[in-house]
Write a protein that binds this ligand. Structure first.
Ligand SMILES: [Zn+2]
Length: 270
């Protein structure tokens, strides 16, 4: 069984010290997939200066002179991998970036090119900002040759481009819901990669304020019982001591289980 970890929102506004503080005793145990924003536009959240919440200005990652060499160094040490996390991560009045931006194809293409060359890193995964993505956004991601790492993406065929796998995957999810006693309204993280014609998807378990170690362990144990894999998802900027303790206690649980490998998020798709 494989266990991976993803962390969202590394961008121009991220300081190496914050990532270091959160992951210094984690990333040599388990590499962290940093879902990174190439040209961040500010919005209202902790860690972004208030004057950028509504400025609309896009900040290329390299305008932060500390973060690029830091990330390259950590990539070289095998502590982090890089996923593409939107292009600007900006919110539109009628939706999140990969639901509402008029040009998702250009955003994926240029974002991928920029991050790959700036960080000199191979990138194979896309994480939608706010885990929200439209049918067209999904096609743009697949068209760029990326796989999707999400949380609670919709499996409904109406939300997707139709291909030979769409219906089969929808049935697979339905059967899994039934077998695990879930209704449509119960949260579900399917523990296997879902393969579509041009891309594959894997869902993550959120580690956010309020998540308990029992919830993560239950998700892990369910995935294990199903012969599946597990990926956690968090945001460095909201990881306080309480969340960090949950993460460490979860990893201690995982370490006690024989046959579990702590891997990069990319390896979940291998
Ligand atoms: Zn994000």
């Amino acid at each position: 069984m494989k266990v991976a970890l993803r962390d969202d929102d590394t961008c121009y506004f991220t300081s190496p010290e914050t990532l270091e503080r959160v992951y210094h005793d984690v990333w040599d145990r388990l590499p962290v997939c940093l879902a990174t924003v190439p040209f961040a536009v500010g919005y209202e959240r902790k860690g972004i200066p208030q004057e950028q919440w509504r400025s609309g200005e896009a900040f290329a990652l390299e305008r932060n002179p500390a973060i690029v060499p830091f990330l390259k160094d950590q990539i070289g040490r095998g502590r982090v991998t890089i996923a593409l996390h939107g292009y600007t991560h900006q919110d539109y009045p009628h939706g999140y970036e990969f639901q509402a931006a008029p040009d998702p194809e250009r955003r994926v293409r240029e974002g991928l090119q920029y991050l790959t060359s700036t960080l000199n890193a191979p990138i194979s995964l896309f994480v939608p900002p706010h885990n929200a993505i439209s049918k067209r956004g999904m096609q743009a991601v697949a068209g760029a040759g990326l796989n999707l790492l999400g949380s609670f993406l919709s499996f409904r065929p109406s939300m997707r481009a139709w291909d030979a796998h769409t219906l089969g995957n929808w049935w697979r999810i339905r059967a899994y819901r039934g077998a695990t006693g879930r209704t449509k309204r119960d949260p579900l993280v399917y523990p296997h990669v879902l393969r579509y014609a041009r891309h594959a998807e894997f869902g993550c378990h959120s580690l956010v304020p309020g998540t308990t170690v029992e919830e993560l362990v239950a998700g892990f144990e369910e995935a294990r019982a199903e012969g599946g894999n597990f990926c956690g998802a968090t945001h460095y900027w909201e990881v306080d001591q309480a969340i960090k303790d949950v993460l460490l206690r979860f990893l201690d649980h995982v370490d006690r289980v024989p046959g579990v490998k702590l891997v990069t998020a990319e390896s979940l798709f291998g």
